[in-house]
Design a protein around this ligand. Structure first.
Ligand SMILES: Nc1ncnc2c1ncn2[C@@H]1O[C@H](COP(=O)(O)OP(=O)(O)OP(=O)(O)O)[C@@H](O)[C@H]1O
Ligand SMILES: Cc1cn([C@H]2C[C@H](O)[C@@H](COP(=O)(O)O)O2)c(=O)[nH]c1=O
Length: 213
């Protein structure tokens, strides 16, 4: 197998990174970007909610509105994010990494009791990432990390939230695989974030090398 540099590809790559709060998404995205830059890639890091106008509304309103309205707002932000940020950067040949994407949309709004089938439907037209990374971790491990770091939102208020979130992620991951998404599950219990990032980088290199054979 001959490994070709990413930069010889025709277009960029879109990778999403999701997983329960405290699993290490933001930390791993940062390390992954560093590894890819070191490999000569042009990397663009983004996140959801996005920095656009709908993303700003999501951030302002997550603590006060709930349910279907909030689920639709996050989905609207995702479609806008795709249109104005993700696609243009990927089409310019960049390596786009999004901290949260569709999997978060399938999980977070379940805390408000929304039917998974409805969440799937409102996200159904969003582009598939080339690789959907799902970070996995034991609920007790992540709830301890969140206690140390401090919660970011109303979904992280107790250790039982971590248990529920891990359960929702398992169901969402199965649904994504069933629908044909290319999913990479990464166990983040014991592994330092740098190692998880290296594992993702290796998977990307293998995948793109073999797709060029
Ligand atoms: N592999 C790891 N081992 C130990 N601690 C970690 C690891 N990854 C991240 N952490 C720590 O756990 C905390 C949460 O990490 P981080 O903010 O990256 O998670 P996150 O999944 O992005 O969380 P959130 O969804 O709440 O934004 C941070 O204090 C971080 O330093
Ligand atoms: C994409 C997405 C995000 N959320 C919520 C979850 C958190 O409150 C914030 C993200 O902040 P973090 O620092 O990355 O934890 O947005 C959501 O409820 N639904 C979504 O689809």
């Amino acid at each position: 197998m001959k490994l070709r540099p990413f930069s010889e590809r025709q277009r960029g790559v879109f990778v999403s990174v999701d997983g329960p709060s405290g699993a290490g998404k933001s930390t791993i995205v940062r390390h992954l970007a560093q590894l890819l830059v070191a490999a000569g890639e042009d990397v663009y890091i983004t996140a959801e909610p996005s920095t656009g106008p709908i993303g700003a509304m999501c951030r302002d309103l997550t603590e006060t509105i709930t349910g279907h309205a909030l689920a639709c707002l996050y989905a609207a932000d995702r479609y806008y994010h795709l249109e104005v940020e993700i696609r243009p950067h990927a089409e310019a040949g960049r390596f786009v990494i999004s901290d949260r994407y569709v999997p978060s949309g399938l999980v977070m709004q379940r805390f408000d009791g929304i039917d998974p089938a409805f969440l799937w439907q409102i996200n159904a037209e969003a582009d598939r990432p080339d690789l959907a990374v799902i970070l996995e971790a034991d609920p007790d491990v992540i709830s301890e990390r969140l206690t140390e770091r401090g919660p970011h939102n109303r979904f992280q208020i107790s250790p039982s939230s971590s248990h529920a979130e891990v359960h929702f992620y398992r169901q969402a991951t199965e649904r994504l695989i069933q629908a044909g998404f290319d999913v990479l599950r990464v166990d983040c219990n014991q592994r330092p974030a740098e190692q998880s990032a290296a594992l993702i980088r290796d998977r990307l290199m293998t995948f793109f090398a073999s797709s060029k054979e």
